[in-house]
Ligand binder design. Structure first.
Ligand code: G6P
Length: 368
């Protein structure tokens, strides 16, 4: 039964372990003949063609999944979108009209800021699609169309499986938008989906790698401040990974784009500052590594989360190196996400904290 921990000490660990199935169920529900099919959600294809502007909106973790969507759409569909924090969007005079597509993302479907944003978008004649985990929730009801994610109930306050399935939907949307706008051929779309369908196995393997990550968590458990670095999709991944760590371990963690750190934040790097550098993008690896070397040379203890297959020179100079399963760049977000979820989880667990119910946080936020 969904509300029991099934032998796990905390719901969060159970929910991390449930990700392969959650992702599989979410993807497979929208595939017909090896290609994306949102008609199963009652969404006509034209919705993905006839827009001039696209906004992803959400709060917290849900908003982070939109960042992945934005990158994927640029790379594979040649489509520009914006990712907006729902509470900012509402008061920022967004450009909304009948040519605007608003994609709202929410696990609970009840977050008030996201709900208000959807209502506003509808009032101004935009088309609204929501990506929601909880059936028949307020945001689902307020939207023109709903893509339900199939994560099952998520109990732990810190979101894990709900994020992974939101991210999985971003890949489906990317293929749909790319194909309908002539940016991907049927063959290319099928090849992309074929890779996506292998992700549940990749995630399964990442979950099994828990003891490696547990060992890393022992190295950061005493930290007061910690920095995470990454570029491109690695940057999106660390924004979420850093939030996870903050939420449940209470370690002050900041995610910075590796290229941006020298514009200020590097001033905070002193002897022994823990830094987690995520390096999984082949085309960015040499840049990501040289940024990590910059902080290492200022005394930081750099823990590298690196894609297997990216060659490291003088590996022994890093404080720790964690190898992640090698999949193509655009899918690395999945193994990275699981590793950073486990890192937060074990840090919180070993600190003896209430992993599932961190202080000051609520699973569903219904106040503005
Ligand atoms: C709360 C939760 C977060 C979540 C955010 C948005 O702050 O603690 O984990 O990301 O709300 O929630 P939603 O249900 O809209 O995804």
């Amino acid at each position: 039964n969904a509300a029991s921990k099934n032998g796990y000490p905390f719901f969060m660990e159970k929910e991390i372990a449930e990700q392969p199935k959650a992702i599989k169920d979410t993807i497979e529900a929208r595939i017909t003949d090896d290609i994306v099919d949102f008609s199963k959600d009652g969404i006509p294809e034209e919705v993905f063609k006839n827009f001039q502007r696209l906004y992803f909106i959400g709060c917290g973790t849900a908003m982070h999944s939109g960042l992945v969507g934005k990158s994927l759409l640029q790379q594979f569909a040649g489509a520009y979108s914006n990712v907006e924090i729902a509470s900012e969007f509402i008061y920022d005079n967004p450009v909304l009209d009948e040519n605007t597509l608003v994609i709202a993302i929410s696990q609970s479907g009840e977050t008030i800021d996201t709900l208000e944003a959807v209502k506003m978008a509808k009032k101004m004649k935009a088309t609204t699609i929501s990506i929601i985990n909880v059936r028949e929730s307020s945001i689902a009801k307020a939207s023109d169309y709903v893509i339900y994610t199939n994560a099952g109930p998520e109990i732990a306050v810190a979101s894990t499986k709900a994020y992974s399935v939101q991210v999985a939907v971003m890949y489906l949307l990317t293929v749909q938008i790319a194909m309908i706008n002539g940016k991907m051929t049927l063959e290319e779309g099928k090849a992309f989906i074929k890779k996506l369908r292998k992700i549940p196995d990749v995630v399964e393997e990442a979950v099994k790698n828990r003891e490696t990550i547990h060992n890393i968590s022992r190295k950061i458990i005493e930290a007061k401040d910690l920095f995470m670095l990454g570029r491109g999709l690695d940057y999106s991944a660390i924004l979420e990974g850093s939030l996870k760590l903050k939420e449940i371990s209470y370690i002050h963690s900041e995610a910075y784009s590796s290229g941006e750190i020298k514009h200020g934040t590097i001033a905070l790097i002193t002897q022994d500052t823990p830094v987690i550098a995520v390096v999984t993008q082949n085309k960015l690896a040499s840049k990501e590594l040289s940024n990590a070397i910059e902080v290492r040379s200022r005394g930081a203890k750099v823990i590298l989360f690196v894609k297997d297959g990216i060659k490291l020179e003088n590996e022994e100079e890093w404080y720790e190196v964690v190898r992640l399963r090698d999949v193509s760049d655009e899918f690395m977000i999945f193994p990275v996400t699981v590793a950073l979820q486990l890192l937060a989880y074990y840090t919180s667990l070993d600190k003896g904290l209430d992993v599932d119910k961190p202080r000051n946080l609520a699973k569903v936020v219904t106040v503005e």
